[in-house]
Ligand binder design. Structure first.
Ligand SMILES: Nc1nc2c(ncn2[C@@H]2O[C@H](COP(=O)(O)OP(=O)(O)OP(=O)(O)O)[C@@H](O)[C@H]2O)c(=O)[nH]1
Ligand SMILES: [Mg+2]
Ligand SMILES: [Zn+2]
Length: 314
C-alpha cells in the first residue's frame, strides 16, 4: 500500500493502535496527527466498526495512518461518568443485541430499558440468557410486556443451546453488537453459535453474583460467511448520552399514543396533574417498571444536559 488512500473498517483498538481490515488484510494503524476531526466531549474519536480512510506507511508493510473517519450510519454511545466524557461503544452496527440473564447475575430490566433508549438507528433485540436456570414469574411478566410493546425477545441458554439457533438466524447478514453486563454470557453465546471461535469466558463471582469482566475490549469478528458481530466488554451501567429530556417519552413506544392526551402540551409525565401517562400506569396499561425506568432515565438525561450544556449530543 502506498501513499494513496484506501478504506477499511476498524476491528478493534488497543492503546491507540487500531487494527483495520482493508480488502481482507489487517493493518496496524494510528491516527495521523490532528487530521482527524473529532467531536467535543468524546474521548474515543475512533470506535470499533468505524470506516476510515488510510494512508499506508511506505517504510513498513502492514502499517497505516488513519486520516479520516467516515460518517456513521449508527453509533452506540454512553456517558462514561468516570471519565466524564462520551464514549462510542460501537459504530455502524445494524442490530443491538441486549443480553441479560435470568440469574447470576440477576435479571435487570432497568438495564434493558436503558439500552433500548440508547438504540438510536439500531434495531434492538432483547436476549435473556441462562434459560436453563429458573425463569421466575417476574421475568416472564416482563418478557410479555416487552413483546406487547413491540420489542423482540428471545430466551436462550448457551449451556443447553435453547434459542441459540434463532439468535443465529436473527443476526445473519447484519452487523450485530452484543452488549450487556459482565457475566450474562455474551461471549459464551457467541462461542456456542460458532465452533472454533474460542472467545475467553469468565467465572461468576460467588460473593457478588456478577461476572469478572473477562472481555476487555470490543472487537468486530467475522465468524463465518454472513456473520459479523461485535463482542463488547461487560458494562455495569449504560448512562444515556445525547437524549433530550423533552424527547425521552418518544423512546418509550407505548407512551407515545397515550401522551397525546396529556393536559399540558409539554407534559414531562413526571408530576404534572392530568397526565395521561401517569393515569395509564395506574390503570395498568403501562407497566410500572417501565415508568420507573422512565423517571430514573429522565433524571439522568437532565444531569447529562447540565454536564454538557453545549454538546452536540446534549
Ligand atoms: N447456566 C448458564 N451459565 C452460562 C450461560 N451462558 C454463560 N454462562 C456462564 O456465565 C459465565 C460468564 O460468561 P461470559 O460469556 O464470560 O460472560 P460475558 O457476558 O461475556 O462477560 P464479560 O466478558 O465479562 O462482559 C461463564 O461461567 C459461563 O459459563 C447459560 O446459558 N447458562
Ligand atoms: Mg465476554
Ligand atoms: Zn403526561
Amino acid at each position: 500500500m502506498g501513499r494513496e488512500l484506501s478504506t477499511g473498517q476498524v476491528l478493534y483498538g488497543i492503546n491507540n493502535i487500531y487494527t483495520v481490515e482493508v480488502d481482507g488484510r489487517q493493518l496496524q494503524c494510528r491516527i495521523k496527527g490532528k487530521v482527524l476531526k473529532t467531536e467535543r466531549n468524546v474521548y474515543n474519536p475512533i470506535a470499533v466498526g468505524d470506516y476510515v480512510s488510510l494512508q499506508g506507511d511506505p517504510h513498513s508493510e502492514g502499517v497505516g495512518w488513519i486520516v479520516e473517519r467516515r460518517e456513521r450510519t449508527s453509533s452506540l454511545i454512553r456517558w462514561n461518568k468516570k471519565r466524564n466524557a462520551i464514549q462510542v461503544l460501537a459504530a455502524n452496527a445494524d442490530l443491538l443485541v441486549c443480553v441479560s440473564s435470568t440469574q447470576s447475575p440477576p435479571f435487570r430490566p432497568r438495564f434493558i430499558d436503558r439500552v433500548l433508549v440508547s438504540a438510536d438507528r439500531l434495531q434492538p433485540l432483547i436476549v435473556i440468557n441462562k434459560a436453563d436456570l429458573a425463569v421466575g414469574s417476574d421475568i416472564k411478566d416482563r418478557i410479555r410486556d416487552y413483546r406487547k410493546i413491540g420489542y423482540p425477545v428471545i430466551l436462550t441458554s448457551a449451556l443447553s443451546g435453547k434459542g441459540v439457533g434463532e439468535l443465529r438466524r436473527r443476526i445473519k447478514d447484519r452487523l450485530a453488537v452484543f452488549c450487556g453486563q459482565s457475566g450474562v454470557g455474551k461471549s459464551t453465546l457467541l462461542n456456542r453459535m460458532f465452533t472454533g471461535l474460542d472467545l475467553a469466558v469468565g467465572n461468576i463471582s460467588a460473593k457478588y453474583d456478577r461476572g469478572s469482566h473477562t472481555t476487555s475490549f470490543a472487537s468486530l469478528i467475522r465468524a463465518a460467511e454472513g456473520f459479523r458481530f461485535i463482542d463488547t466488554p461487560g458494562i455495569r451501567e449504560l448512562e444515556i448520552a445525547g437524549v433530550d429530556a423533552r424527547d425521552l417519552a418518544f423512546y418509550f413506544p407505548e407512551f407515545v399514543p397515550i401522551a397525546e392526551n396529556c393536559s399540558y402540551p409539554s407534559c414531562r409525565h413526571v408530576d404534572e396533574p392530568e397526565c395521561a401517562v401517569q393515569q395509564a400506569v395506574e390503570q395498568g396499561m403501562i407497566h410500572p417498571d417501565r415508568y420507573e425506568s422512565y423517571l430514573r432515565i429522565y433524571e439522568d438525561v437532565e444531569a447529562f444536559a447540565q454536564a454538557f450544556p453545549r454538546s452536540p449530543y446534549a
